[in-house]
Design a binder for this molecule. Structure first.
Ligand code: NAP
Length: 269
């Protein structure tokens, strides 16, 4: 496992996404993921699977303290009081405290400050260890940072070989905030990409593995692929025994049509 570190917290660079799985399908997939070595799990109030994720953790031989558990507050629960009550319910469904609590997406009606202050309260009460955001712009991240008494650990956003977020990543790097890449396989669309396949051939790796390696090899980036099949779950975790060259990293950045050129020069790639 490799880690991304922010505010002194080591977050496993490769996590396991659980949407849209529910019930027994979700529980079995999380059990396979823990067996395969994943130690970072991503769920959300909206996914209706917190109970299944919590059950899989409880049933696993992996000690609870070795798992980094992330959940997210549904957009309709972002008022101060609803943050408190809905997260108490999340903790009940999960059967355990939350390592990282995120605002799932910015509210159109509730000020960021109201949600963040309730999240800080939950941290003081020990129900939540760290907080962060998801689907936030740079400006919204600035507001969240200013409103919080504790560090904003991550912004979870869509990020994969076909979707760039150069300004956001630059902001995350400057502020030592993790960019957690959701839909890191572009919901399966990376499969069959000729460039990823060609690069993978040299290492005996698949297109999916090359895409995930490309993500976690970037500064401050973590990735949370979802897979339901045990084969995919294991395949996606097998990305720690090879390293892409600068030229290969650049070829994958170029799949986005040069949008990364400014960032590449910033990172010296
Ligand atoms: P994804 O992880 O990019 O792609 C999942 C798809 O790829 C599934 O159809 C899966 O198939 C397939 N797949 C996985 N590994 C594969 C492999 N090795 N070879 C071939 N196909 C493979 O997309 P995602 O589910 O949208 O994103 C991942 C996670 O991010 C979600 O589960 C969720 O936890 C999180 N997320 C967060 C937000 C947010 O707003 N914060 C939004 C979307 C997603 P099988 O299931 O058949 O294995």
């Amino acid at each position: 496992m490799e880690y991304v570190t922010a505010s002194g917290v080591d977050v496993p660079a490769l996590g396991f996404g659980t949407w849209p799985m529910k019930g027994a399908t979700c529980r079995t997939a999380v059990e396979h993921a823990l067996d395969a070595g994943y130690r970072h799990l991503d769920t959300a109030q909206m996914y209706n699977n917190e109970d299944a994720v919590g059950q899989a953790i409880a049933d696993s031989a992996v000690p609870r303290e070795d798992v980094f558990l992330v959940t997210k507050i549904f957009r309709q629960n972002l008022s101060h009081d609803k943050v408190l009550s809905s997260v108490e319910q999340s903790v009940q469904r999960l059967g355990t405290e939350i390592d990282l609590l995120l605002i799932h997406s910015p509210s159109r009606s509730v000020p960021i400050e109201a949600s963040i202050s309730a999240m800080n309260d939950l941290q003081e009460r020990g129900l939540v260890e760290h907080i962060g955001v998801s689907n936030f712009s740079v400006e919204q991240m600035r507001q969240a940072i200013a409103a919080s008494e504790t560090p904003i650990l991550t912004n979870q956003v869509e990020y994969h070989p076909f979707k760039s977020q150069p300004e956001l990543l630059e902001f995350c790097i400057e502020n030592k905030i993790i960019l957690t890449a959701y839909s890191p396989l572009a919901q399966g669309r990376v499969i069959g990409n000729a460039v990823l396949e060609e690069i993978g051939t040299q290492y005996g790796k698949t297109d999916a593995q090359v895409a995930l390696r490309w993500l976690i090899q970037q500064e401050m980036v973590a990735a949370i692929p979802k897979a339901s099949s045990q084969t995919h779950i294991e395949e996606n975790f097998d990305v720690f025994d090879f390293e892409l060259s600068d030229t290969e990293m650049e070829r994958i950045f170029d799949l986005q049509g040069g949008l990364f050129s400014r960032l590449r020069s910033l990172l010296g790639l």
